[in-house]
Each structure stands twice: as structure tokens, then as C-alpha cells.
Write a protein that binds this ligand. Sequence first.
Ligand SMILES: C[S@@+](CC[C@H](N)C(=O)[O-])C[C@H]1O[C@@H](n2cnc3c(N)ncnc32)[C@H](O)[C@@H]1O
Length: 222
Amino acid sequence: MMSETNRATAREIARKHLEADDPLGWFEDLYSQAGEDTSIIPWADMMPNPNVVDWLDWFPEAATGKALKIGCGLGDDAEELTRRGFETTAFDISESAIAWSRKRYPESPVSYIIADLFSAPAEWESKFDFVLESYTLQVLPPNLRAEAVRCIASFVAYGGTLLVIARGRELSEPEGNMPWPLTKDDLSLFETHGLKEVTFEDYMDSEDPPVRRFRATYRRVK
Ligand SMILES: C[S@@+](CC[C@H](N)C(=O)[O-])C[C@H]1O[C@@H](n2cnc3c(N)ncnc32)[C@H](O)[C@@H]1O
């Protein structure tokens, strides 16, 4: 369980970079400063995200073909996708996070890659049968969100599926301050990039205290 001091450390690192108009630099700073102390990383639960696991349990037939994990952190979700049957590529902007994932899973068939969502390899376009975005959009400032959505959508192959899991809020609620919860309108942007919404859930998760989550799936239809 993460202490308030550690959470404050992570927020302080983020704040400095955000104030310096460097919204992507803090991830590497956080992972590298952590050394191997996972308690510093707010989202490092060292197990697959239960909101992802539930979905995979409900739709086991989805686990086939090539998968891409956006912002893979320390690799737990990528490993779970592979365990379920996907051929998985997982990327993160932080070289320390990728090195850490490779060290944790030295025998893993997952292809762990250092890459920035906003300048990902061109050959990833329309390449993946399944794309998993969980918790990256919500740590990107709102002014980067539309472009992040466009980039994420671009990876999905024709007929492929995108699963998105994020903190949710009403448009009338405060925008937040890292993490920035998403609105339903934010998620509907995926439908402007050739994707069609298949499912949409709005629920309180099992964290303590519970967090409002949106979990949505989209299929590429054009
Ligand atoms: C909130 S963490 C979630 C990590 C992981 N999905 C999990 O649930 O444990 C967001 C991750 O996205 C990565 N990230 C942030 N911006 C990115 C970008 N532009 N390109 C690739 N990865 C990025 C961060 O380094 C971090 O590991």
C-alpha cells in the first residue's frame, strides 16, 4: 500500500515538469528516482489491473492475434495479455520503466519497447488486433488528449478492438489535477477516428476508496 509521503513525492515530480511545460518528462524522472522501490510509483500494483482482468475473463475469445499495450509501466498488464494468448508489444516513454519490465520478466515473449505515443513507429499503424489503453490518457494534460486519442486509435487494425479504461467524471465536475479524469465526450473522440463504440461501462471500481471508472470497447469499422 502506498504511503501519502510517496504519493506526494510523485505529485511533486509531476508538478515541477508540468510547470516547466514538460508534461512527458516526469515519467522517466519518477521511474529512475524510484530505483527499484515500487512504492514510489503510484500505479505500480505489481499485478495486472483487475479492471483489465475482469474484461479478459468476460471476453476470452478476444485474446488472439497481435496486442499493443499503451504506457505499459512495469509490464504486469502486458504479461497478462500474453498469458491469455496474445502476441504482445508493450511500450512506454520511460526507458527506466522498460528496463525494469525486461528485468522483471527476462524470459518474457513480450516485446518491450521505448516509444513515445506521440511519435510511435510508423509500422504500428493499423497493425494491432487488440489495443489496451489503461490509465495513460488520464495522466496526460487535457491539451494533449485529442492528439493522444488520435494516436491510440491509429494502432487498431480493421476489425480490431480497442479497450480503454480511465477515471471518469461529469463535464460539470472539476477537471482535476493529475490524474485528470475523462468525460464521456473525451472518449467519444475515438469515434471520430474510424472506431465504433461496442460497450461502455460507468462504474465504481473495487479500490479503497472506490474510483469512478469508464471502461469502453471500440471496433475499427473503417
Ligand atoms: C499511470 S501510468 C499507468 C501504467 C500502467 N498502464 C499501469 O496501469 O500500471 C501511465 C504510463 O504511461 C507512460 N506514458 C506517459 N506518457 C506516455 C507517452 N507519451 N508515450 C508512452 N508512454 C507514456 C508512463 O511512463 C507510465 O508508465
